[in-house]
Ligand binder design. Structure first.
Ligand SMILES: [Zn+2]
Length: 324
């Protein structure tokens, strides 16, 4: 009996290993928390403590490692993680507008490993030049908007030129809606004024209709605005979803829903061609969030998708969006 249980367990173990290995995985949502990213936020926070003392505090309080000063060294750290878990490519995000250069340095050093997306300050004075510079000189392929952080609706006329440039440069536009908690900013002590007034995915409807050639990715299944996300996805073919993070927003909904149901419903409305895998990995020593990949892979198998369909979610869709 004991041998039988052992054999069944071993078979499940083997199946899991094979499952992970047979797919090509591109992670469409990884934060490149560089040394300069931390430095920018520490300065933003202000106060008397020196930058190096703040790094000591982060280590003591939260166990967060100080990244190497050189972005190339940090990039190598990520490559080690990719090799460890068999991940083919990462879309690296700059997580403050001032840190595009770090991501650009990593992408330039290892173009076959990384794709760069930059965070845009939508209120920047010379926004056209910012975008042009990020694309033409720094090789960025997508831009990231946080409407609740900058207090601007995505349909604000101010952003019209942003979408026109996105179309011209074929940039993917990533927009964060729903609950916005940025743990790393909280740990550093930056006091953000998050305003949920700007967080509803339906804000994007007018923009998506007006710019059918621009593709938008909404992370974490709308992070709480699940119904609104589905409504938007049902009406606009240029809206995509990313699956990243632990998706703990499911706990705040007024009804019970698990991640498997979230996947099923999303695929029912969006189809398998508009769902993009991501983990939202970012800090060390935690490194790559393989637990999220394993959990989602298990769900995709459970809901009965074919290998081809799973492959689209794990890399095919983001490759197509980026023109690979
Ligand atoms: Zn993220």
């Amino acid at each position: 009996m004991r041998i039988l249980v052992f054999l069944i367990g071993y078979e499940i173990y083997c199946r899991k290993e094979i499952m992970t290995e047979k797919f090509e995985v591109w992670d469409a949502h990884v934060h490149f928390f560089s040394f300069s990213f931390f430095k920018t936020l520490i300065k933003m926070k202000g106060g008397e403590t020196s930058v190096s003392d703040e790094f000591v505090l982060l280590k003591e309080r939260y166990g967060i490692e100080t990244p190497p000063i050189s972005p190339v060294q940090l990039a190598k750290r990520w490559i080690e993680e990719m090799e460890k878990y068999g991940i083919s490519k990462l879309v690296l995000f700059s997580s403050v507008p001032e840190d595009t250069l770090s991501v650009s340095t990593a992408v330039t050093a290892f173009p076959d490993k990384f794709i760069g997306f930059f965070m845009l300050n939508p209120l920047a004075e010379k926004i056209d030049l910012e975008i042009k510079h990020a694309v033409e000189n720094m090789g960025m392929r997508g831009m990231i908007l946080f409407p609740a952080l900058y207090h601007i609706h995505v349909y604000d006329e101010l952003l019209e030129r942003v979408y026109l440039l996105a179309e011209e440069y074929r940039l993917v536009v990533f927009v964060h809606f729903g609950i916005l908690k940025i743990p790393i900013r909280e740990m550093i002590g930056v006091k953000d004024q998050i305003d949920g007034t700007y967080s509803n995915p339906t804000d994007l409807h007018r923009v998506a209709v007006r710019h059918p050639n621009v593709n938008f990715i909404i992370p974490h299944f709308g992070a709480g605005y699940f119904r609104e996300l589905l409504m938007l996805g049902a009406q606009c073919k240029n809206i995509y979803v990313d699956t990243s993070s632990s998706n703990s927003w499911v706990k705040i909904l007024p009804y019970k829903i698990d991640l498997k149901t979230v996947f099923e419903k999303t695929i029912e409305i969006f189809g398998v061609d508009r769902v993009v895998f991501g983990t939202d990995s970012g800090v060390f020593p935690r490194g790559y969030r393989i637990d999220i990949l394993n959990q989602q892979l298990e769900i995709l198998n459970e809901i009965g998708l074919s290998s081809d369909e799973i492959q689209k979610i794990l890399s095919g869709n983001i490759k197509r969006l980026l023109g690979f």
